[in-house]
Design a protein. Structure first.
Length: 509
């Protein structure tokens, strides 16, 4: 173990000219170096990152540290709070002797403070209601939520295309159901002529899955006002940026819904934010917890979209961090693009676990100072192997880091505390009143009614025409009957008939 070489590598590797924050102190063997801080440069955070580790290893606290120091640097963030732990960002840490002991080892002061927070919600949780229109989701993401097969996806895409071509907005699930019904009902002839046949069986399958989605209480997720991603960029007058927390504690059993909504937000950020080029610090940081859920059930089309967004969104000044238990949860094409890696302890309970650890160890720069695979299983809580990118874009040396403690509370806020934070929200009035403007349901219903009215008018015209023809025919018939010749013929015929009948009856003339 060459301590001098270690000092030189870490000191040079983690010295930055631009803005940075201290993540913790370097560790070699059992020694924590208070004079070797592990600094994270802000300029390269938009090269994205990974925070991974086993349950209980400290991932959430690391995320908390990142959000705190980004806020102090004026960088707003969006985080997903699945367990409720991150609500503590809005309150000041109460401190603890163990925290003081940790910071003494690292050699940095501990400064407890609360941070500016907006609580967001996809469900009935308290907070700013996050919504998006069905049109904004699009057929690719919606098919992920509904788990559609290729045929059903084709029908859904056709329905979206028809509504787009007709300038018919699909705002909520009621609109989508109406549009699907229209393609096999009153609009069948029109749709088939322009887009091809739509099978009623496929529509029926999609409708059943939409009903299941509604039963999962997903209906409030769709509609207006849809969330404007520019509202994620709020700052205090002091310059500290807002930490936007999506509260997901009641959606743990509905992972497809919130993971797909996050993808929709990413797509919206990518299409909305202007090009920034090289930046001194990110414009926005997005932390995706339970990241494996983003890639679950994603087909090739969606994977291709995700890859494009991850590659190009960095030019918009946006940093994306995936938070998950194991690096192997993230596809290789994404993992290769993550510049900052904070790897907490992994557990080796099975042969599969040991194989995953060996694979994880290969994701880090080569080092003479650590046996990475063994190190991954022996890290303590709040410790991690760290590498990032320096300002030249080169990976920094791999270092065992004792992380600093979050300066905000490492616990869940009470209901009253959450209510207090929400009461000061600048956005609550903007988003918590539902807007119900005319959309596909009303437009197609009117179209159907107009078609029925036209059909009724056509029937009335046809009946009137038939009546006029019958009247003309009757008038001609009456003229013929009333003529002298006709009356004479009629009497002759009547007489002959009478004779015949009487003859049959045996009456003598």
């Amino acid at each position: 173990m060459n301590e001098k070489k270690f000092r030189d590598e870490i000191s040079n590797g983690y010295s930055h000219e631009g803005s940075y924050f201290i993540l913790g102190g370097a560790v070699l063997g059992e020694k924590v170096f208070s004079d070797l801080p592990v600094n994270v440069p802000l300029a390269t955070l938009n090269r994205h990152g990974l925070i991974s580790g086993a349950t209980g290893s400290g991932k959430t606290k690391t995320l908390q540290i990142f959000a705190e120091h980004l806020s102090e640097a004026g960088v707003p963030s969006l985080v997903m709070d699945i367990k409720g732990d991150l609500s503590g960002l809005a309150a000041k840490s109460a401190g603890h002797p163990k925290i003081d002991e940790r910071h003494d080892k690292i050699g940095i002061p501990f400064n407890p403070q609360a941070y500016p927070v907006e609580f967001l919600s996809l469900s009935q949780e308290k907070g700013i209601k996050l919504r998006a229109t069905v049109t904004e989701f699009g057929p690719v993401l919606l098919s992920k939520i509904l788990d559609l097969n290729d045929t059903q996806f084709g029908v859904l895409a056709l329905t979206f295309q028809y509504c787009d071509d007709q300038n018919i907005p699909i705002l909520d699930l009621a609109d989508l159901k109406k549009a699907l019904q229209y393609t096999i009902g009153e609009g069948k002839e029109e749709v088939n002529a322009k887009y091809g046949a739509v099978h009623s069986a496929s529509v029926g399958a999609i409708m059943r899955k939409l009903i299941i989605l509604e039963q999962q209480d997903a209906d409030p997720l769709f509609g207006e006002p849809s969330f404007d991603v520019e509202d994620l960029l709020q700052k205090e007058r002091t310059g500290r940026a807002m930490i936007n927390i999506i509260r997901l504690t009641d959606m743990q059993d509905r992972p497809d819904i919130f993971s797909t909504f996050v993808l929709q937000l990413l797509a919206e950020v990518y299409s909305t934010f202007p090009e920034e080029g090289d930046v001194e610090k990110p414009k926005l940081a997005i932390f995706i917890d339970e990241a494996h859920l983003v890639f679950k059930n994603a087909d090739k089309a969606l994977m291709d979209q995700i890859e494009v967004i991850i590659k190009l969104i960095r030019s918009k000044g946006v940093a994306i961090f995936f938070v998950t238990q194991n690096p192997t949860d993230v596809p290789d094409f994404i993992l290769a693009q993550l510049g900052t890696k904070v790897q907490h302890a992994l557990r080796a309970f099975t042969a599969k676990d040991r194989k995953a650890i060996k694979l994880a160890a290969q994701n880090f720069p080569l080092t003479d100072h650590y046996d990475v695979a063994n190190q991954l299983t022996s890290l303590g809580i709040g410790e991690a192997l760290v590498t990032t990118l320096n300002e030249d874009g080169r990976p920094t040396p791999l270092v065992h880091c004792m992380l600093r403690a979050p300066q905000s509370r490492m616990d869940i806020l009470t209901t009253d505390e959450i209510d207090e934070v929400i009461s000061h929200s600048r956005l609550i009035e903007k988003y918590n009143t539902v807007v119900d403007r005319e959309s596909a349901h009303e437009i197609l219903e009117k179209k159907i009614q107009r078609a029925k009215t036209e059909e009724q008018r056509e029937k009335m015209h046809q009946q009137r025409d038939r009546g006029r023809r019958a009247s003309r025919e009757k008038s001609m018939f009456e003229q013929v009957l009333n003529s002298t010749t006709t009356r004479q013929i009629g009497r002759t015929v009547a007489r002959e008939l009478a004779r015949g009948l009487l003859g049959v009856l045996g009456v003598k003339k």
